[in-house]
Design a protein around this ligand. Structure first.
Ligand code: ARG
Length: 254
């Protein structure tokens, strides 16, 4: 009797052990690309009206890149712009795409992909403002910017300027509409899109483009393999016409 019990226990143990091994073997390699963005930055990332879904140039691009890299799913997570690099460092996300300008300072903390979009900064003022004609007229003025952006950094270099920071470009523009600031400094393509969509009745862009910037996708410093894969995929999309298709969808002609 004892012998039979021993055999039964032995068999159960073996079955459980085999099942565990089986489970381990079946475990899928991670097949989801986790993407962080700050989605109030049309036409790069935004929520379409009456929709929870994120859309825009960056969103289409990262989804196409995800597919090209062989991920089954690309999941977009929304967070503050200044939270993106910390989220990468904490491994909460795999990549960040948010119209992020490639800067030396940022490149010390994260890896940037190859540039994927050429951008610059613009000054926005109220329609009736005739005294501010460009950045040279902003000394000692009140300027609204989005927190942690290159627009904010530019504003900080202006003598005597009083800077108000906001969580999104839209909030900065609202402050301008309310006449609580004299100007907004932000990314040219985003400000132009904003003017086309809703801002035209009260705001305008003045002066020349303030800077020449390139957007890059951010990857954690300790993930150079992913950075390499991402750059390869970007190159493929540029070669096979997919990048141009996405570009034309959002910006018209190339
Ligand atoms: N290009 C600017 C920067 O890198 C602004 C980017 C803001 N992006 C956003 N999704 N809110 O600082």
């Amino acid at each position: 009797m004892k012998k039979i019990l021993k055999v039964v226990v032995g068999l159960i143990t073996l079955t459980v052990a085999l099942a565990l091994v089986g489970c381990g073997g079946e475990k899928q390699s991670k097949n989801e690309l986790l993407v962080g963005t700050e989605p109030a930055f049309a036409p790069f990332e935004f929520q379409a009206e009456n929709s929870q879904e994120f859309t825009g140039f960056d969103i289409d691009l990262i989804k196409a890149l995800g597919k090209e890299m062989g991920y089954e799913k690309t999941t977009i997570q929304s967070m503050g712009f200044d939270a993106l690099i910390p989220a990468l460092e904490a491994k909460n996300i795999d990549v960040a795409i948010a119209g992020i300008t490639i800067t030396e300072e940022r490149a010390q903390k994260i890896i940037f992909s190859q540039p994927y979009y050429r951008s610059g900064l613009a000054v926005v003022v109220n329609q009736e403002n005739d005294s501010i004609r460009g950045v040279e007229d902003l000394k000692g003025k009140k300027i609204a910017v989005q927190i942690g952006t290159t627009g904010a950094m530019m504003a900080e270099t202006i003598e005597g300027a009083e800077i108000k920071t906001f969580n999104s470009n839209g909030e900065a523009c609202l402050e301008l509409k309310n006449k609580a600031v004299d100007a907004v400094i932000g990314d040219l393509p985003v400000e132009s899109y904003f003017l086309q969509q809703q801002g035209n009745n009260y705001a305008k862009i003045v002066g020349e483009t303030l800077s020449s910037e390139n957007y890059g996708i951010a990857i954690a410093k300790n993930n150079p393999d992913l950075a390499k894969k991402l750059n390869q995929a970007l190159e493929t999309l540029k070669e096979n016409g997919e990048y141009n298709k996405i570009y034309a969808k959002w910006f018209g002609s190339i």
